[in-house]
Design a protein around this ligand. Structure first.
Ligand code: AMP
Length: 621
């Protein structure tokens, strides 16, 4: 995995936090400024960075519009739709139906990789380059360094896809404040759910995909009730109806092979898109197709009504998805309080009208549908960095609440200034093989290490059946009721073993104590960040070294001498790094160990697969 050097720790420039919409087609960033979120666009440039990466034979990859311009010139090395590959295998990509102009292969772990000039690129690395493009855009627009970001992902993204998104940020040298769901961000951008509990529909129709999400928002807790959609439905299909119209009317007038010519396909698609977009504001528009080499100069006026007849079946499919989502959530349309539109294709008047008709209410349309998600991410970034301090009221948690995790770091469960009542549940697992109990240490404060926060108490979840490390699924729920009483409960999912304890976090801290802890949090933010990272890295190193030690036998038997020597050296360096406090050194050792252990991982994976086929044990392979 390649690491992109990004000087985000430069202390001279001001540092800001931003929200990032890492999209399939376009990505963009937004920031909270003057009491509102706004998208970031350098002077004279669009806020949108096309999510396209061009990898030349030599030199660094190119991102954004410059990369998109290479799509026709060098299609084999111009990668788009990376988001669809994140955390996915080849089977998931369905390449028979979605052929791509660049080569996609599978690595030893059955994950999709893109083959560019003989090097296999992970989707994470390619996404990291897109993030680098967005960060550069943001830096130019703000004149500041980007300290951290909230990044959005689709609500249906699973753990692997979310983790892949985090990894992309890590490779790009970007600290992720939080990963949030795109529909949650869209709702935040409109400030929904701030007063009464609400049920919101987020209707997201982009260029190639359609997603609908139903959310309940109560006391600042956004819960996804249901999602539905179609990964092959979007504005491109609207364009195709007009391309088809052109084809039908040109049949007989031009040689049949013209319809297969890439020049025709590309020109027709562009002409159709232009006409479609004009029809969003005008009752009539012209589709103009000019191909001088075929002596073709075709003009056709299209009325909005005619276009609507063509796309009606497609729009009906989006409504079907909405009905399915409603059924899944056991809701009826009259229980929906708000409808939010996201994605460029929601500008089509028929789409707006049909959505309004189905839900019986006007959708929110005041914000640019292409910007809504990034704007919401900026709102969340602002909240997470304490931006709502000026509205600190009695009914919010004055300090963050969290649990201590392995190595003494704090996993924050409820951020300070969250309005109460509120709750948050997060999944944890066991660290050691056969671990049958987990000791939870509940802490309050803004610092990254538990030792620097105020301890609220401990409780233990016992009776977890012995399992391999990392297999137990323990849901930990923090809930603060209207009186400020915190209840922490933990439940192991496979056995249902549970335990809980009540704390009173709102009492016992004086205002001065709260102020001091807040100030310390700000003053020590950078030192904490480094220290916290070192603790996390030591933990990771420990886990990796233990796993490698367990696999030394197959490693010695099956690794080629060069890989084995490389692994042995990396292990020695990692063992030394375990006592180092230098973040950069520990990070470098960890990365080197990961790289050096890849051949071993491939052998083990092969072994597991073969074992599954032949019934042999790994070390017999
Ligand atoms: P997104 O994936 O959200 O960037 O949406 C891109 C899609 O929105 C493309 O199919 C565009 O053609 C479409 N789009 C952008 N502007 C308009 C518009 N004014 N009217 C209709 N469709 C539009």
């Amino acid at each position: 995995m390649g690491y992109i050097e990004l000087d985000v720790l430069n202390n001279d420039a001001p540092r800001v936090v931003i929200g990032i919409d890492l999209g399939t087609t376009n990505s963009l960033a937004a920031i909270w400024e003057d009491k509102a979120p706004k998208v970031l666009a350098p002077d004279g440039l669009s806020a949108m960075v096309p999510s396209v990466v061009h990898v030349p034979q030599e030199g660094n990859p190119v991102v954004g519009s410059a990369a998109r311009a290479q799509a026709l010139v060098d299609p084999q090395h111009t990668v788009f739709s990376v988001k669809r590959m994140m955390g996915r295998g080849l089977d998931d990509l369905d390449l028979n139906h979605n052929p791509l102009p660049f080569a996609v292969a599978e690595d030893g772990r059955k994950l999709a990789r893109v083959d560019l000039h003989g090097k296999l690129w992970t989707p994470q690395e390619l996404s990291a380059w897109i993030l680098v493009g967005v960060l550069e855009h943001a830096r130019q627009a703000t004149g500041a360094e980007i300290a951290a970001a909230v990044i959005t992902v689709p609500a249906y993204f699973d753990d692997a896809q979310r983790q892949a998104t985090r990894d992309a940020a890590r490779i790009a040298g970007l600290e992720v404040l939080r990963i949030i769901n795109e529909p949650t961000a869209a709702s935040l951008a409109y400030g929904l759910g701030q007063s009464e509990p609400q049920t919101v529909t987020v209707f997201d129709l982009g260029g190639g995909t359609f997603d609908v999400s139903l959310l309940s928002i109560e006391d600042g807790v956004f819960q996804v009730l249901a999602t539905n959609g179609d990964t092959r439905l979007g504005g491109d299909d609207f364009d195709q109806t007009l391309v088809q119209l052109a084809r039908e009317e040109l049949t007989g007038q031009v040689p049949a092979e013209l319809f297969q010519d890439p020049a025709f396909l590309s020109a027709a698609r562009l002409a159709a898109e232009k006409c479609k977009q004009a029809l969003s504001s005008d009752p009539e528009a012209e589709m103009h197709l000019a191909l001088p080499e075929y002596d073709l100069n075709w003009r056709r006026r299209v009325t909005r009504q005619e276009f609507e007849t063509l796309i009606r079946p497609l729009v009906e499919r989006t409504l079907q998805s909405c009905r399915r989502a409603l059924a899944d959530a056991e809701l009826t349309t009259d229980q929906i309080d708000e409808v939010v539109l996201v994605g460029g294709s929601t500008r089509v008047p028929l789409v707006r009208a049909k959505v309004e008709e189905l839900f019986g209410r006007k959708p929110h349309t005041t914000l640019n549908p292409d910007h809504v998600v990034a704007l919401g991410a900026a709102v969340q970034a602002h909240v997470l960095t304490g931006g709502t301090r000026d509205v600190l009221l009695m009914d919010v948690t004055p300090l963050s609440l969290g649990v201590e995790t392995v190595g003494g770091a704090v996993s924050k469960m409820i951020e300070r200034n969250s309005t109460i009542p509120c709750s948050h549940t997060e999944g944890f697992s066991t660290y050691a093989e056969g671990q049958t109990g987990i000791d939870f240490h509940v802490v309050q404060g803004e610092r990254e290490l538990a030792a620097d926060c105020r301890s609220l108490g401990r409780f233990e979840l016992k009776g977890i059946p012995p399992m391999p490390a990392g297999m137990a699924r323990v849901g930990v729920r923090f809930a603060i009721d209207a009186d400020g009483v915190l209840t922490v409960s933990a439940k192991e999912e496979s056995t249902g073993t549970s335990s809980s304890i009540e704390f009173k976090p709102m009492h016992g801290l004086t205002d001065e104590e709260v102020e001091r802890m807040l100030d310390e949090g700000f003053e020590n933010a950078q030192a904490d960040f480094d220290q916290r990272r070192v603790v996390d890295l030591h933990t990771e190193l420990g886990t990796m070294l233990a796993a490698i030690a367990r696999s030394m036998e197959p490693a010695q038997a099956h690794l080629d001498p060069e890989s084995l020597a490389d692994l042995t050296e990396a292990v020695e360096a990692a063992e030394q790094a375990q006592t180092s406090q230098d973040r950069h050194q520990v990070q470098a050792s960890r990365d080197r160990l990961e790289q050096a252990s890849l051949p071993l991982a491939a052998i083990l994976m092969d072994g597991v697969v073969r074992e599954a086929i032949t019934g042999k044990k790994v070390d017999e392979v």
